[in-house]
Structure formats: structure tokens, C-alpha cells
Design a protein around this ligand. Structure first.
Ligand SMILES: [Zn+2]
Ligand SMILES: [Zn+2]
Length: 275
């Protein structure tokens, strides 16, 4: 490649020392080295990318550590706060219990003073201070007991009279809530579940009453004129007075119209159960 001339040119306010070569020479040179340039260029790009990637991984790692530290810090702060709260709460509770105990002792001073066996005791159910024995034992000397559920097992433990009464009251209330009046039987049923009602409704007693009611209903609607003489006689055959005598005498020999008239006179006493 021949350099034709060396010259100083000002480009963008900078003095540059340049050489002048033929454009053909330049093109030949560039073309011959193009592949080399390409390789160099792509290597540079790759290197740059790798560096960037490493930077990225590193920064993410740092970020992660920072976040974790922050989380741990927050967690620790929360734990500390919780403990502080617990201490305050315990203090408050202890103070409250102390006051309650004092009040109970004050209220029941006479009992405590006169009975050396009497002592203040907390009820495990309502967590209130009461006096043992007067609040925990009935007049027959029997302990008040209340059942509770633990691990799906029903257990019983001593409770105070207030808790005991509450259970009784609830039981009574529950009983009242589940008391039904059966119109058919004119009687009261206590049913804690649908089953009991279904059972009642299919009981012999209920069915009997139901039949009786239906029968009473039918009775008022029976039109004697529509019945055959044989049917009328059949009804009469079952109808008797308290002494056992038939209400309608000679019913087998009475004419249909006369029999119907006689039957209407004693209608309430007729037995229609062949229907
Ligand atoms: Zn209690
Ligand atoms: Zn019934």
C-alpha cells in the first residue's frame, strides 16, 4: 500500500496527522482483513457480555443477601416487640388478678375469717376467683362438675356454682328450644334432631291419632244418601251404646230412607271405620 501524502487536518477542532492512500488500496486492505475484524469484534462483544453477566449475578447475590439480612432484622424486631408486649400483658394480667383476688377476699371476708378451711380458688372454666368450698360444693357436699371436651373426649372437672348454673340454664334453654307441640297427638315432644320428629311421626301413637283425625274429618263429609243400604247397615252394625246395645234398633228391617233419617239423628255416635 502506497502512502501518497502525509498531512495535518483539523477534524472536529482536533488536529489529526493523516495519510492519504488510494481508495482502492483502502478497500482491498479492509476486505482482506474483514474476517479478522469480525472475529475480533465478536470476541470483544462476548467478553463484554460475560462481564456484564457476571456483574449481574454478583449484584443479584448481594441484593439477595441484603434482603435476607433485612428480613432477619425485621423478624428479630418483631420478636422483640412481641416479647415486650407479652411482658406488659403479663404485668397487666397479674395486676388484674391480684386486684380481683383482693376484691373477692374483701367481699367474702366474713366467710374466710370464720372458716379456716375456706380459701380463694380460681374456677378453671370462667377464670374467676371464688371461695372454696361455698362456690364449689353444693349444700349436700357434692362438688359442682362441668363436662368439657379434650382431644375429642368428654371429661368432667370441678367448676364454680356460676358455671354450673349456666350449664343448667343452657340445658333448659336448649330443651325449650327443641320442644315441639304435635297438634295431631296434642302432646309435647322434645326433639334435638330431625330424627326424633320423624320417629315420632311414624310412632304408633302418632299414627293412631292421625288416623283418628282423618277419620273425624271424613265423618263430617260422609253423605249417607250416597251409601248403599248394605253399607248403611254395616255402619249400624258397629254402632253401639255404652251399655253395648245397638243405637239403631231393627236397622236390618228399616227402609233405607227411614234408616238414613235415624242415622243422622245419632250421627256423632256412628262408627265409620270400614272406610
Ligand atoms: Zn366458673
Ligand atoms: Zn304426634
Amino acid at each position: 500500500m502506497n502512502v501518497l501524502k502525509v498531512m495535518n487536518i483539523t477534524i472536529n477542532e482536533t488536529d489529526e496527522e493523516c495519510v492519504v492512500i488510494r481508495l482502492k488500496d483502502y478497500n482491498d486492505f479492509m476486505f482482506a482483513n474483514y474476517a479478522e475484524f469480525q472475529k475480533l469484534h465478536s470476541r470483544t462483544v462476548q467478553l463484554k457480555k460475560r462481564e456484564e453477566k457476571q456483574d449481574d449475578v454478583e449484584s443479584r447475590r448481594i441484593e439477595h443477601i441484603k434482603r435476607q439480612e433485612l428480613r432477619e432484622q425485621e423478624h428479630e424486631e418483631r420478636r422483640k416487640k412481641y416479647i415486650e408486649m407479652q411482658i406488659i400483658q403479663n404485668k397487666y394480667n397479674n395486676e388484674r388478678l391480684r386486684k380481683e383476688k383482693e376484691e373477692v377476699a374483701e367481699t367474702h371476708k366474713e366467710i374466710l375469717d370464720s372458716n379456716p378451711e375456706a380459701k380463694i380458688q380460681m374456677c378453671r372454666f370462667c377464670k374467676k376467683y371464688r371461695i372454696n368450698p361455698i362456690h364449689f360444693v353444693d349444700t349436700d357436699g357434692k362438688k359442682y362438675l362441668k363436662s368439657y371436651n379434650k382431644d375429642n373426649q368428654y371429661l368432667k372437672a370441678a367448676c364454680c356454682v356460676t358455671c354450673y348454673d349456666e350449664v343448667l340454664y343452657k340445658k333448659e334453654e336448649r330443651r325449650m328450644e327443641h320442644t315441639y307441640f304435635c297438634n295431631t297427638c296434642q302432646s309435647t315432644i322434645i326433639a334435638f334432631g330431625e330424627d326424633t320428629i320423624i320417629k315420632h311421626n311414624s310412632s304408633i301413637k302418632h299414627k293412631k291419632n292421625e288416623n283418628k283425625q282423618n277419620y273425624d274429618k271424613q265423618k263430617t263429609t260422609i253423605n249417607l244418601e250416597l251409601l248403599s243400604l248394605k253399607e248403611l247397615q254395616s255402619i249400624c252394625s258397629k254402632s253401639s251404646t255404652e251399655e253395648g246395645t245397638y243405637l239403631i234398633s231393627n236397622y236390618t228391617k228399616t227402609k233405607k230412607q227411614d234408616l238414613i233419617k235415624k242415622m243422622y239423628d245419632v250421627y256423632d255416635k256412628l262408627v265409620f271405620d270400614f272406610y
